[in-house]
Design a protein around this ligand. Sequence first.
Ligand code: FAD
Ligand code: DHB
Length: 389
Amino acid sequence: MRTQVAIIGAGPSGLLLGQLLHRAGIETIILEQRSKDYVLGRIRAGVLEQGTVELLDEAGCGSRMRQEGLVHEGIEIAFGGARHRIDLKALTGKTVLVYGQTEVTRDLMEARETAGAPIVYEALSARISDIETGHPRVRYRKDDAEYEIECDYVAGCDGFHGISRQSIPEQALRTYERVYPFGWLGILVDKPPLADELIYVNHPRGFALCSMRSATRSRYYLQCRLDEQVSDWSDERFWDELERRLDPEARKWLQRGPSIEKSIAPLRSFVAEPMRFGNLFLAGDAAHIVPPTGAKGLNLAASDVAYLSRALASRYRSSSTAELDAYPQRALARVWKAVRFSWWMTQMLHRFPEPSGFDERIQAAELEYLFSSKLAQAALAENYVGLPY
Ligand code: FAD
Ligand code: DHB
């Protein structure tokens, strides 16, 4: 088999890249190790920046999102028994859209099927070779048969645990990492959200987040210990603990119900530089991870893909590799700003094990400064709605 760009991974980055390249007249094959249903069953991100929304429109996949997505003009932060609103719209002129990653993925998969572009699910043991030549190869196994794709470029969109980053020699990569001493326990429930906007809670018992997927489906998260298992958390224990971390008004509106999904995610910041080796380009979680507090992971995957798709289109239009050569530097400049923001939100809103009195006072001062200063709120809002690209 031959294609122009072999894409490893059918998460949001791989699917969006495939769609943008298809519209630019560039051939791709997407390889995904899991089944379509498995990919669609993963409950992850929920908040889209305006830039991500516009990119999905550009990919021709925005119509359902525009109809069903919920426009949010602000978020709330709860601390010390009071709630404070950050007016995103007034501070930046921009809003965010609540539309689940599952729905984004479904729309992108449908667009690919409609376009008749190839996607191989359950493609196992993918291996990339000849990355430094003009003819990289990707081999994989499907239904006990071996296949080989020859291509011009490989796009590594296979997430944090994928093989793309691991195919790069260790000495050619520099990695930066911070692991946080807690995780997020998330629950999805078919009950209306307790408020119209997201509430980020800093409580002595730990962080909590009240989010949503639609007017009838809510998503809640609790900061939990890293040694805890999903099986330690019955629905009842989750709701009891969430209630303890909420203010009385929020508690009044909380509707409990049976969970339809429950999972624990560890929190980590990670960046691998540069996001390229030879003709292999990394995008999304394959190159970087942020803690979910700033709602940036999916949006960063989208901005990487915007830069990479434009660079590849330029390369096929003009034969010049200048845009492709600039990709790592352009993408990383934006990545590091989102890494900083996600780290800042995480340390401001979580309770760290064994904090010193100094740490506690600094955290309280940070929040009180934020609530009292329009300029501090504007800095948060500018990052939350997404920096330009
Ligand atoms: P992935 O979604 O991980 O996709 C990679 C794909 O590659 C997967 O389908 C995988 O099966 C496949 N793959 C892996 N290895 C191979 C292989 N060897 N061969 C073939 N295929 C392979 N982000 C936000 O922007 N906003 C949020 O509100 C938000 N909330 C989050 C909440 C939680 C609880 C979590 C866990 C994450 C959240 N994120 C959020 C982050 C966001 O979900 C990720 O950043 C996003 O999924 C990255 O997309 P991706 O396509 O790069 O990687
Ligand atoms: C969601 C996740 C986040 O990390 C966040 O900051 C906001 C919302 C969510 O899954 O709904």
